[in-house]
Design a protein around this ligand. Structure first.
Ligand SMILES: Nc1ncnc2[nH]cnc12
Ligand SMILES: [Zn+2]
Length: 322
C-alpha cells in the first residue's frame, strides 16, 4: 500500500485530467454530442494521434474561466486527498485561444482553481505553459513570448508537448530561449513516441533541467549515462507509456533500469483518466508491480520536489513536509 506516502507530481496535462464524468457535465452544459469520444463512462481512442484528437475534443468542452477553475480545483483536490503535496499542471494557452476566451482568461481560471484547492487542502500547484509541437515553430514562439511576459505568478515552467514525430527540436530553440531567458524552468517531451535520438536532440538543442518522459533513452546506454551524469530529471509516466504501447507491459518498463543507472526519476500521471490511471495508482504500480520499496519511492517524491519549478522558500517548505 502506498496510500500513506506523501506524493508529488511534475507532469499532468490539465485537460487530460478531466474525468469522463466532468467532461460529460460540460457536454450537457453546452449541448455537445460526445458519443464519439466517451462511451460507457470512458474515453475512446485507439492510438497516440487519435488520443491527441480525443484530448483536443475534451479540452474544447471547457469554455469559460469558471470551467477551467472547476477543472483545476477538482483535479488538485483529488490529488490532495491522495496525499499529494505538490503538483505541476501542464497548461496550453493555445486552448484558451481555440475556445475563444483567450489565453489570459484561461490562465486566470486555472490559477483560481489552484488557489481554491490550496485554500481547502494545502496542496501547492504551479503551471507549466506548453507549446504544441504539431502547431509548428511560429505559433510556439508567440506562445513563448506570452509565457515570458509572465502570464501569471503561478506560471513557472515551459514545455513542448504534442506529436513528437513531427518537426525537429531544433525548430523550437528560439521559443525555448525566450522562455529560459525569462526565468521559466524548462522541460520537454522527448523519448516517448520517438526514440533515444529525440532525447539526445532535446539535451543538445534545449538543455532542459527535466525531460517529460525520456524513457526511450534506455535504447542508448551512452545517453542514459549522460542523463545520470548531468542530473537531468526524468518525469516518467509508466501507466501512460503502457496505455500508449510505448512498452508492452509494466515488467518491460525501464523505470527500474533508469534509476539503477543513476538517473533521477519521478512518478507522474500524464493524462490520468485517458490512461485509466491516477497519481495514486502510479505510486501503487511503482510499489507492487515494479517492486520499489517505500524508501525508494520516497526518494522519487523528494527528487520531484528538488526539481520542482518553485522558489527556494517554497521548495524548503515542501521538503520539510516529506
Ligand atoms: N502523453 C502526451 N505526449 C505528448 N503530448 C501530450 N499531450 C497530452 N498528453 C501528451
Ligand atoms: Zn505529457
Amino acid at each position: 500500500m502506498t496510500a500513506h506516502l506523501k506524493k508529488a507530481e511534475l507532469h499532468c496535462h490539465i485537460e487530460g485530467a478531466a474525468s469522463p464524468a466532468l467532461a460529460l457535465d460540460m457536454a450537457r452544459k453546452y449541448n455537445v454530442d460526445v458519443s464519439d469520444i466517451i462511451r460507457d463512462g470512458a474515453y475512446v481512442w485507439t492510438e497516440f494521434s487519435d488520443f491527441l484528437i480525443c484530448y483536443d475534443k475534451v479540452a474544447e468542452l471547457f469554455r469559460t474561466e469558471e470551467d477551467y477553475a472547476l477543472l483545476a480545483e477538482t483535479y488538485l483536490t483529488e490529488l490532495a486527498d491522495a496525499g499529494t503535496i505538490y503538483s505541476e499542471i501542464i497548461v496550453s494557452p493555445d486552448h484558451g485561444n481555440t475556445i475563444g476566451i483567450g489565453a489570459d482568461a484561461y490562465i486566470r481560471g486555472l490559477a483560481a482553481g489552484i488557489e481554491a484547492a490550496k485554500a481547502k487542502t494545502g496542496i501547492e500547484g504551479r503551471m507549466i505553459i506548453t507549446i504544441i509541437r504539431h502547431y509548428g515553430a511560429e505559433r510556439a514562439e508567440k506562445t513563448a513570448l506570452y509565457a515570458a511576459e509572465r502570464a501569471h505568478p503561478l506560471v513557472t515552467g515551459f514545455n513542448l508537448a504534442g506529436e513528437e514525430r513531427m518537426h525537429k527540436i531544433a525548430d523550437f530553440t528560439r521559443a525555448f530561449d525566450i522562455a529560459r531567458d525569462s526565468g521559466l524552468g524548462i522541460t520537454i517531451h522527448a523519448g516517448e513516441m520517438a526514440g533515444a535520438f529525440s532525447v539526445r536532440d532535446a539535451l543538445d538543442h534545449v538543455r532542459p533541467a527535466r525531460i517529460s518522459h525520456g524513457v526511450r533513452a534506455i535504447e542508448d546506454a551512452d545517453l542514459v549515462a549522460r542523463i545520470a551524469d548531468e542530473g537531468v530529471v526524468l518525469e516518467t509516466c509508466p501507466g501512460s507509456n503502457v496505455a500508449l504501447k510505448v512498452f508492452p507491459d509494466f515488467p518491460s518498463h525501464p523505470l527500474r533500469a533508469l534509476r539503477d543507472a543513476g538517473c533521477r526519476v519521478t512518478l507522474n500521471s500524464d493524462d490520468p483518466p485517458f490512461f485509466h490511471t491516477s497519481l495514486a495508482q502510479e505510486y501503487e504500480i511503482a510499489s507492487h508491480v515494479l517492486g520499489f520499496s517505500d524508501n525508494e519511492i520516497n526518494g522519487m517524491t523528494r527528487t520531484a520536489i528538488e526539481a520542482a519549478f518553485v522558489d527556494e522558500p517554497t521548495r524548503a517548505r515542501l521538503l520539510a513536509k516529506l
